[in-house]
Design a protein around this ligand. Sequence first.
Ligand code: AMP
Length: 283
Amino acid sequence: MTAPATASNLLELRQKIIAWRKAGDTIGLIPTMGALHAGHLSLVRLAQQVVKRTIVSIFVNPRQFGPKEDFHRYPRPLEQDLQLLAQVGADLAFTPSVEIMYPEGYSTTISVGGLSATLDGINRPGHFDGVATIVTKLLLQAFPDIAVFGEKDYQQLQIIRQLVNDLDIPTRIIGVPIMREPDGLAMSSRNRYLSEEERKIAARLYATLDETAKKIRQGNDIKKAIKEGIASLKQAGFNKIDYLELVDAQNLKPLTQWDRPARLLTASYLGTTRLIDNIPLVP
Ligand code: AMP
């Protein structure tokens, strides 16, 4: 178990990358906000199967949080994260500060039209501009052969695919299926906000997605299945459902008929904790 090298500024990052490139090594980037769990580590493992060197960035990006969101209380257990990265054998942890990423006078925003306007884009205005901006910066900073993202943030993954395609960024984007707790709850750094009681209820999020997906697969009316899903979440104790929606898996447009690869997505609140999850429906 070797601790990963660390870089906290661009010079350190690029020195590492230049040395690897000189040696002919391929490079993979895994962008994260830290508070790492097995879901994040599965992205690192996937990258290790494809490239020689893996860089995990840990940066809680202020630009993707709304003014009333949890930026300040977002967990930042750096020592623990580095230990986990050592266990999985990541080569480099890139841990820039806000001042390094957005120095005084910084004024550029990347905005991906269309895909950013729906689902979380409605409920978290500006969120995806923050994501697109930081991911673009990271890709240009590290110039990786691949970058790995989780399907947990499915809309984010589709937006990044679009971004890389539109801007001719020569990095292959790889999506990885969601890692779940034994009761089905999607692993998330935000799960630690849940009280003991909320944590028990939280398992109903995936269970409801699964039940709703089954109904749709069996040919039941989509609107009705979704209505029942929302009722079931409320009944379980979710206090606010931002959306439970079936969309086209590529362009994220709402579907009234299941006639193509689709995704059923939800964002729902337990108390003040907003949980997201999704499930694929492939005809
Ligand atoms: P975050 O630190 O929450 O910004 O997540 C960093 C990356 O890990 C994103 O690409 C997420 O989609 C991915 N990720 C987070 N949770 C999971 C999970 N349970 N399974 C797979 N990937 C995940």
